[in-house]
Write a protein that binds this ligand. Structure first.
Ligand code: TYD
Length: 203
């Protein structure tokens, strides 16, 4: 059995990545792939319960980071790894790059702490491809304010999201093969053509 591939979508709140999740899944299905679409935090019954707490309950930054990884551990062992082993492709709305961007960039937790949790929970497992939807802070802010009721993250100040974006872009510079930056201001048709090109490259 050829294992499936793991694709993640990332970007600051307001970058519009959710719009592209279904496009990615449908494009892969048209190529005859089996696909599951999932999200973080979430993806399992326990993970979805943790998501509710993470998005709506006040907590300190370390608690937030540990709960993100608790949800991720369940997600990996119960959903992601078994699906990949069956040959199913997994498309996830966010994964560990978001912990670096939000909990390190946004909240100021040392990157080494996140790396230690990543090594423990993932043991070297990383996505095959990460699509980073990038927009300037003012565009993301306008899109966020047009959205439905804001959660705990979406209520953060513009400076928080500038730091989140900087960490995402730094990571893309450090891992240019895995993390591909897409200009999320482009027309949807142009963006989708770019995404399809990257997916073709996965083989
Ligand atoms: P998001 O993916 O933006 O969902 P929606 O489109 O429904 O708002 O919401 C998840 C939030 O969780 C987002 O603000 C980023 C945050 N997050 C972290 O801070 N760290 C993480 O490791 C993950 C996976 C998400």
């Amino acid at each position: 059995m050829i294992p499936g591939k793991f694709i993640t979508l990332e970007g600051v709140d307001g970058a519009g990545k959710s719009t592209h999740l279904e496009f990615v899944a449908n494009w892969l299905r048209q190529q005859g792939r089996k696909v599951v679409v999932t999200r973080e935090p979430g993806g399992t019954p326990l993970g979805e319960t943790l998501r509710e707490l993470l998005l709506h309950r006040d907590m300190d930054a370390d608690t937030e980071l540990l709960l993100m990884f608790a949800a991720r551990q369940a997600h990996l062992t119960q959903l992601i790894l078994p699906a990949l082993a069956r040959g199913t492709w997994v498309v996830s709305d966010r994964f560990t790059d978001a912990s670096y961007a939000y909990q390190c960039g946004g909240r100021g937790i040392a990157a080494e702490r996140i790396a230690a949790l990543e090594a423990w929970v993932q043991r070297g497992f990383v996505p095959d491809l990460t699509l980073l939807f990038d927009v300037p802070p003012d565009v993301a802010e306008t899109r966020r304010s047009a959205a439905r009721t804001a959660d705990r993250f979406e209520r953060e100040a513009g400076s928080f999201f500038s730091r989140v974006r900087s960490v995402y872009l730094e990571r893309a510079r450090d891992e240019p093969t895995r993390i591909r930056v897409l200009d999320a201001r482009l027309d949807i048709a142009d963006l989708q053509a770019g995404i399809a090109g990257l997916l073709k490259g996965l083989g």
